[in-house]
Design a protein around this ligand. Sequence first.
Ligand code: G6P
Length: 614
Amino acid sequence: MCGIVCYAGRQNAAPILLEGLKRLEYRGYDSAGIAILDSDQKTAHVVKSVGKVAELEKKLNLRELPGTCGIAHTRWATHGKPTEENAHPHTDCTGDLMLIHNGIIENFAELKDELIEKGHNFRSETDTEVLAHLVEEYLKGMDEPDLPEAVRKALGRVSGTFGIAVLHRNIPNKIVVARRGSPLIIGVGQDEFLAASDINAFIRHTNKVIYLNDDEMAILNSNNITITDLNLNKIDRELETVDWEVFENEKKGYKHFMLKEIFEQPETVENAIRGRIIESEGISKLGGLDPVLNRLKNLQRMVFISCGTSYYAGLYAKYLFEILTDLDVNVDFASEFRYRNLRIDENTCVVAISQSGETADTLAALRESRRKGALTLGLVNVVGSTISKETDAGIYNHAGPEIGVASTKIFVSQCTILALMALLVGRSHHLSINEGIRIIQELKKIPDYIKEVLKQNEAIRELASQFLNYHDFLFLGRNLNYPIAMEGALKLKEISYVHAEGYPAGEMKHGPISLIDSHFPTVAIATQDYSYEKMINNIQEIKARSGRILAIATKGDNSLSTIVDDVIYVPRTVEVLQPIVNVIPLQLFAYHVADLKGRDVDKPRNLAKSVTVE
Ligand code: G6P
């Protein structure tokens, strides 16, 4: 989704900003823009383009952009189509003020009317442009232009969410940034300051950072930085050192980041469990949860909240926790949860699951849970993200950056860590040591099981090539594998643009069965567990209606191949962990269908990696 990068220092800003924008590309966007201030010449350059950052780069003559202070943006359209006019930076009537914005200004329509009445000229359809004119309006009334003060006044008028950065041609070497509900991190280098909505934009320059909180501002120039609240009262803030891998813009020989990330999964699981298991006691040790262990022991309810792929990890957790713990367990889409009257109190633990740690709906649901007194935990990949900071305690995935918009390795990491959490809670309640040991022993083998599936990559590609002409798919699974069916369908639809529906297999005969014919294939997760016989019944029902079936089956289950059309075999593990293995062939299947169709696998249309608007 939208991305912000800013630079104030002694080097030429344009190349640094362009590099930053490229590092934000993975988040998904549809246009980009940059504004550079050349303080010596008192000139400002604003360049924008629709499409990729490479298009913007073509338009820039870097040698003609000598300024050492600038702001840059990638836009994911909300208000107004992806056009050059709607791309950021937006300027005021004079063109002297330049502003970029992430988030949504909810009262922009009334502010726009008011500003038009005062004679302001609008050039875009965006909510953001209102902010540029509003700051201009407040600057107009000042004897000496005071940018932070004008920004403060403007922000006092808006409702909604914002991460903004503002520059002015007549106010040299100064960038004012502010946030509410949209991330902003300041990078502190040698004689230079950077600011970005995502640490990946500048981590190559510095890992010394200051996290801006909601309702805070920062005023940066090459010599110093001042942090204030939105009333310009100074705030002291510690510099933090971040332990975050620089992601290489390299695919290491893989055609796409998504494929690279699928192949990284054995290592992802190893990283998720490293140092986190005590095998002899059949329990996990999650350092991040130490401060809340007592509260975990007295829990009555768990609720998992998340969005997208992270939601399906939460759905898996619901089944898992019901098996391994004695708690009431619920799961909800974060966007639904926050408006429901659920029973949430101090005996409830709400777990926010989020790769980015910035998803607006998950954050809003988390804040609602805190208000109601719940113990809040985060399962987050991005270190220092807002969710990781706003929870009572939490666990990091330690999975490194995920670049493909469609999540793969983080899903597997989330499921692995949720299994560790379930063991911790279960063993503090009623789960036996033997059961705990059995699960841990199998957890340690999961990387090898995944490797075994990955060896079938070529065969799965060949299989995928036979499915390119279908327009619809049904994915079926039961119980613990129902979330995996949902995730398999989501993977396929988001990157190949083919319609796919996930369903609990037992529900198939209550609706979707009417769709089945020879043109509507089904992917059935039919690994051997207690629901296997029932799954076979569903498969027979589909075959009786000429539906083509691709089954995910347990290695050695030779009988299934006589019923279904195609089979991918996976190694067998304990039932509670089997879904982690079963999702791998579905990721590969979706990847190959999308790639063979020539889709932009890593950056599927309309999608964003980090969704920071509600
Ligand atoms: C977007 C991404 C998904 C992701 C979801 C939740 O829709 O495209 O891949 O699963 O957001 O993101 P989160 O960062 O909260 O896990």
